[in-house]
Design a protein around this ligand. Structure first.
Ligand SMILES: [Zn+2]
Length: 161
C-alpha cells in the first residue's frame, strides 16, 4: 500500500538523522528495542516489507509482502550502534541474510539480527518466531533475534536454553 511506502520513507529519514544511544557494555534486546535509531530501523524495515499489502492466503502466488532485515552492530570504542541491512527476502523467509553476518573485530560486535513477519494470521501465518528463526539465531547469528510483527515485537534470546 502507498501508506506503507510513505511510512518506510519517514522512518528511513529518521534512521539517517538519528544516532543511537551510547552503550558501555553490549546492549540487551530490551535496550535495543527502545533505542531511537534501532526503533526507526525496525519500523523502516517493517513498512518496507509491505505489511498492509493485499491479503494472499498461504501457498498462493501474488503477495507483495517480503521479509526485510539485517544486523545490529555495536562499536565498543564509540559505544554507538550501526545497522546493516540485507536485500529483501520473500514473503515467508529472509534467505538473503545467509552469509552476511558482519565479521566481529576488536572494535565491533554483532549484538542482534532482526527481521519482519509481514504476513497475517488470516493469511495462514503465525507472528511467532519459527524453528528456522530460532536455529539461525543459535547457530549462525550467535546473537539475539528481533522480529517486527503485526502482533508487536518478538525477541529470540541468545544464548538459548
Ligand atoms: Zn522469521
Amino acid at each position: 500500500m502507498l501508506l506503507d511506502k510513505f511510512r518506510a520513507l519517514y522512518h528511513h529519514i529518521w534512521s539517517v538523522l538519528l544516532r543511537s544511544r551510547k552503550y558501555a557494555a553490549s546492549p540487551m534486546p530490551a535496550e535495543l528495542l527502545t533505542d531511537p535509531l534501532i526503533d526507526a530501523a525496525l519500523r523502516r524495515a517493517w513498512y518496507e516489507s509491505c505489511p498492509h499489502g493485499p491479503a494472499v492466503p498461504w501457498g498462493e502466488p501474488g503477495s507483495r509482502k517480503q521479509e526485510q532485515g539485517g544486523w545490529i552492530v555495536w562499536n565498543k570504542q564509540t559505544g554507538t550502534l550501526r545497522v546493516v541491512r540485507v536485500s529483501p527476502g520473500k514473503r515467508d523467509g529472509l534467505a538473503t541474510i545467509r552469509g552476511t553476518r558482519p565479521q566481529g573485530s576488536d572494535n565491533e560486535e554483532v549484538v542482534a539480527w532482526f527481521h519482519t513477519h509481514p504476513n497475517t494470521i488470516s493469511e495462514g501465518y503465525s507472528p511467532e518466531p519459527g524453528p528456522s528463526d530460532i536455529a539461525f539465531t543459535w547457530q549462525t547469528a550467535r546473537a539475539p533475534g528481533l522480529i517486527e510483527t503485526h502482533k508487536g515485537r518478538r525477541t529470540i534470546p541468545y544464548p538459548g536454553p
